[in-house]
Design a protein around this ligand. Structure first.
Ligand code: NAD
Length: 366
C-alpha cells in the first residue's frame, strides 16, 4: 500500500552501491544527525523511534520535521515490536542497521530501572532476532558507551581494558549488550560493530545532559550544581562533538563486513568489533562551565559539590587508535569550537536573545 511505497522511497539508496540503512532511535540526538549524513551522501535511510518522553518529545518531533524535509521517514514504533520489525525487513532489504535506540542517561536508571532492561537488553535482543532471520542479514553497527569502563582508572581507556565494574545500571545494560552481541555473532554469523561513544554534545543535543541544562540555567539565572572531587581535575569528560561521532558511525558502517549466517541455518566467522569513539582530550567540568560563561557572556551561579554524582564515572578519556587504524577516525573539534556551535543552535532554536530579556519580544508577529 501507500505506507510501503513511502517506506521504500525513504530506504532505497540514490547512489550506485549505496546502503539501505535502518536507523533505530532516528528521532534522537545522534540518530537524527547520522540519518541526515547518510541521506546526504545518497544512502537509503528508514528511521524507527518510539518518541518516548524521557526528555521533551517536542524536540524529537522537531528533529523528525528536519529529517522529513530531507525525505527521511521515521516510523513511530518500538524495537520490542517483533511484528513491526519483521514487516520492515520484509518490505525493505536493509543492508545495514545503525542501532541507536536505547534508554540513555545514568541518573534516570535509579528512577526507572525497567526501562533500561526493556530497551537496552530486551529491545536489543529483539532487533538481533529479527536481523538474524532477515534475508539478507544486515550488518549491524550499534551504540555501546564509554560507561562500560566504569570504575576502571587506567587512562586513557582502550578497548582491551577491563569493563567489569559498571557504576550504573545504564552502564551494566550497555555492557550486557556487548556480551549479547558476541553470542549472535558466534551462533548466527551476524556482523556486529559496537561503538563506545564518549559524552556526545552539539546542536540538537539532549536536554538531560550537563552542557545542555547548564546553558539553559545560566541563561535563566538559575544556580547550577557542579560536582567536583577535592581535586577539581579529577572530574572530567572526554566531550566529543557530534560531527566527529557521525564520521565514526559512517566509517564503521562503511567498513562493516557482510554477515555470514543465513536465517540461523548456516554459521561462519563474521565480524565482531568494538571501538572507542571519543575526543582524546578530557575537560574538567569547571572548564566546561567557564567556556559556556564566555560564550553566553553571563556569569554562572555555581553550587560546588565536592563529590562525583551517584552513578557517574569521575574521569573519562578515550584512546581512539583502533578506530583510526580501521576506518580513519580522527576527532577534529575541540570543546570551545563545538560549544560555540551548540550555543548558536540553542539560541536560535529556543528564540533566546542574549543580553535582551525575552519578554521584550512578545509583540513579535510570530
Ligand atoms: P537519545 O535519547 O536522544 O536517542 C535515543 C532515541 O531512541 C530516542 O529518540 C528515543 O525516543 C528512542 N528510543 C528509546 N527507546 C526506544 C525503543 N524501545 N524503541 C524505539 N525507540 C526508542 O540519545 P542519543 O544521545 O542520541 O544516544 C544514541 C545512542 O548512543 C544510545 O544508544 C545511547 O545510549 C548511546 N550513547 C550516547 C551518548 C551521548 O553522550 N549522547 C554516550 C554514550 C552512548
Amino acid at each position: 500500500g501507500a505506507w510501503e511505497k513511502q517506506l521504500r522511497h525513504s530506504a532505497v539508496p540514490r547512489r550506485p552501491n549505496g546502503m539501505s540503512v535502518l536507523v533505530t532511535g532516528a528521532a534522537g540526538f545522534v540518530g537524527a544527525h547520522c540519518s541526515l549524513a547518510l541521506k546526504k551522501r545518497g544512502d537509503g535511510v528508514l528511521g524507527l523511534d518510539n518518541f518516548n518522553d524521557y526528555y521533551d518529545p517536542s524536540l524529537k518531533r522537531a528533529r523528525q520535521d528536519l529529517l522529513s524535509k530531507h525525505q527521511i521517514l521515521i516510523i513511530k514504533g518500538d524495537i520490542n515490536d517483533t511484528p513491526l520489525l519483521t514487516k520492515l525487513f520484509d518490505v525493505v532489504s536493509f543492508t545495514h542497521v545503525l542501532h541507536l535506540a536505547a534508554q540513555a542517561g545514568v541518573r534516570y536508571a535509579m528512577q526507572n530501572p525497567q526501562s533500561y532492561v526493556a530497551s537496552n537488553i530486551a529491545g536489543f535482543v529483539n532487533l538481533l532476532e529479527v536481523s538474524k532471520n532477515a534475508n539478507p542479514q544486515p550488518a549491524i553497527v550499534w551504540a555501546s558507551s564509554s560507561s562500560v569502563y566504569g570504575l576502571n582508572t587506567e587512562n586513557p581507556f582502550s578497548e582491551v581494558h577491563r569493563t567489569d565494574q559498571p557504576a550504573s545500571l545504564y552502564a551494566a545494560t550497555k555492557k550486557a549488550g556487548e556480551e549479547i552481541a558476541h553470542t549472535y555473532n558466534h551462533i548466527y554469523g551476524l556482523s556486529l560493530t559496537g561503538l563506545r561513544f564518549f559524552t556526545v554534545y552539539g546542536p540538537w543535543g539532549r536536554p538531560d545532559m550537563a552542557y545542555f541544562f547548564f546553558t539553559k540555567d545560566i541563561i535563566q539565572g538559575k544556580t547550577i550544581n557542579v560536582y567536583q572531587t577535592q581535586e577539581e581535575k579529577q572530574v572530567a569528560r572526554d566531550f566529543t562533538y557530534i560531527d566527529d561521532i557521525v564520521k565514526g558511525c559512517l566509517g564503521a558502517l562503511d567498513t562493516a563486513e557482510k554477515s555470514t549466517g543465513s536465517g540461523g541455518k548456516k554459521r561462519g566467522p563474521a565480524q565482531l568489533r568494538v571501538y572507542n569513539l571519543g575526543n582524546t582530550s578530557p575537560v574538567p567540568v569547571g572548564k566546561l562551565v567557564a567556556i559556556l560563561e564566555g560564550l553566553l557572556n553571563l556569569k554562572a551561579k555555581k553550587h560546588v559539590i565536592k563529590m562525583p554524582r551517584n552513578g557517574d564515572v569521575p574521569y573519562t578519556h578515550a584512546n581512539v587508535s583502533l578506530a583510526y587504524k580501521d576506518f580513519g577516525y580522527k576527532p577534529t573539534t575541540d570543546l570551545a569550537t563545538g560549544l560555540r556551535k551548540f550555543v548558536k543552535w540553542y539560541v536560535g532554536y529556543y528564540g533566546v536573545h542574549l543580553g535582551v530579556k525575552r519578554e521584550n519580544h512578545h509583540g513579535d508577529s510570530a
